[in-house]
Write a new protein. Structure first.
Length: 445
């Protein structure tokens, strides 16, 4: 098996040992192993470790934070639950967000000759990074109804508008499923320069995909979740739409008044057979700009950009007290990259074909980011038929005639998923977007 993963080799599952250390790409050492328990508190590290980051908790301590991508009852076994919201002890299985604190001095020496073989002596603490969870209505989530009735303060990704549980499988160990937190991004205050970037240390992650029952209606979708690292409060937000995401990263806007984020991901991987009743509802209420019917929106999506006004409430008024307002999540706009789609252009080819069959390294596509017609309404929960995920099948508002959003395979069918995305670490006004098709593109804005 690949080093770091025991796989099906039971001989590698030895208590107190790190497993397979025959790493193929260099000399590596293990910091922690899934299943290890904090000797003082009993808190267990769960897996699979995915999106992660590290920052100075104080002058002597490095805090490593990661989310564990897990699928609860939908695949393999349920992870042990974690509990939130104080005495009510609302429980969630699936993905966790964990922290591990390391002694800074010992960590700096860990890779040197003569250093300890394992990290045990430098672990200061570990545990769950979330203590409080808010849903899309900004309510603390409550317990799930076990009778089949609607839940009054639900984890919105698991329910329909009535609060009825609509995921194909139900947790046996917990109230709710935190489904597939995928990649993640740690954003540090003013990481791009004086006044540039977010105003708090935050960890932003997202529920990526889910499987709803085939008959589901009134579904809401999958939010992004933003963790206030100081208060351990996790907020579900609809800022970037509710189609589910792989990763959301903070990018430099060059302005101290505005913050930027780039989301990527499936755009509607909700299981089933495309939920035709939801598509029919969308077509009943909306008309595509080209006169064609809408199709299920999964993987019909371009590179996106969000620009938010810092210290502004949902109406644009000054608000420096709210964590979400302070960091630009309440008042902003979502944009999609568009280009000329006339015959013979990269736009007509679609992103997948252009990257695979036409482009050479250094080739450019000329386009621009256009603001969506859709507007987020923070604190409000709506049917997914009204979501931004569908709009990439339309012509961009304000774009020249013949332009379209540069999706993977056009407006009418899915292509490769927009996968991992990265800001320019030097603070440039650009983003690197990858896809499951194996291509990478740099977008300047």
């Amino acid at each position: 098996c690949e080093a770091s993963d025991a796989g099906t080799n039971a001989s590698l599952l030895r208590d107190g040992e790190a497993g397979n250390l025959n790493f193929p790409h260099g000399r590596l050492k293990v910091l922690a192993t899934v299943g290890e328990i904090n000797e003082r508190t009993g808190a267990m590290l769960t897996g699979v470790p995915d999106g992660n980051g590290a920052y100075l908790l104080n002058n002597k301590t490095v805090r490593y934070i990661y989310q564990s991508e897990s699928y609860g009852p939908l695949s393999r076994q349920e992870s042990l639950p974690f509990f939130v919201n104080g005495p009510e002890r609302v429980s969630l299985t699936g993905s966790h967000i964990h922290y591990i604190d390391f002694d800074r001095g010992k960590l700096a020496e860990f890779m040197k000759d003569g250093a300890p073989v394992n990290a045990y002596s430098m672990v200061v603490d570990s545990g769950e990074a979330i203590e409080t969870i808010y849903n899309l209505k900004r309510e603390k989530i409550g317990k799930r109804s076990r009778t089949g009735a609607a839940s009054s303060s639900p984890h919105h990704s698991n329910v329909n508008l009535k609060g009825e549980y609509i995921v194909v499988k139900t947790p046996t160990k917990a109230d709710w499923l935190m489904q597939s937190l995928c990649s993640a991004h740690l954003a540090i205050k003013h990481q791009w320069g004086s006044g540039l970037g977010v105003e708090d240390k935050l960890f932003i992650t997202n529920e990526e995909w889910i499987s709803y029952v085939d008959s589901a209606t009134g579904l809401i979708g999958l939010p992004v979740h933003v963790l206030n690292l100081e208060s351990k409060e996790l907020y579900a937000i609809s800022t970037f739409s509710l189609g589910g995401h792989e990763k959301v990263v903070n990018v430099n806007t060059g302005s101290t008044a505005f913050v930027g984020f780039v989301p990527s991901g499936y755009n509607g991987n909700f299981g089933g057979k495309g939920l035709p009743q939801v598509v029919a509802s969308r077509n009943k209420q909306y008309n595509r700009t080209d006169g064609k019917p809408y199709v299920w929106p999964q993987d019909i999506v371009p590179t996106r950009l969000y620009v938010g006004k810092k210290r502004a409430d949902k109406d644009g008024n000054l608000d420096s007290t709210s964590f979400l307002a302070r960091n630009g999540f309440e008042h902003g706009a979502l944009y999609g990259f568009a280009t000329d789609c006339a015959a013979g252009t990269p736009g007509a080819e679609g992103r997948d074909t252009w990257h695979k069959s036409t482009a050479a390294a250094g080739d450019k596509v000329h386009g621009a980011f256009y603001r969506l017609r859709w507007r987020d309404e923070p604190g409000t929960v709506k049917d997914f038929v009204h979501d931004a995920s569908w709009e990439f099948q339309d012509s961009p508002a304000g774009a020249p005639a013949g332009w379209c959003f540069w999706n993977a395979a056009g407006r009418d069918k899915p292509g490769a998923k927009t996968e991992h995305v990265s800001p320019d670490p030097r603070g440039g006004l650009r983003v690197l977007q990858g896809s499951t098709g194996g291509d990478f593109g740099i977008y300047d804005f």
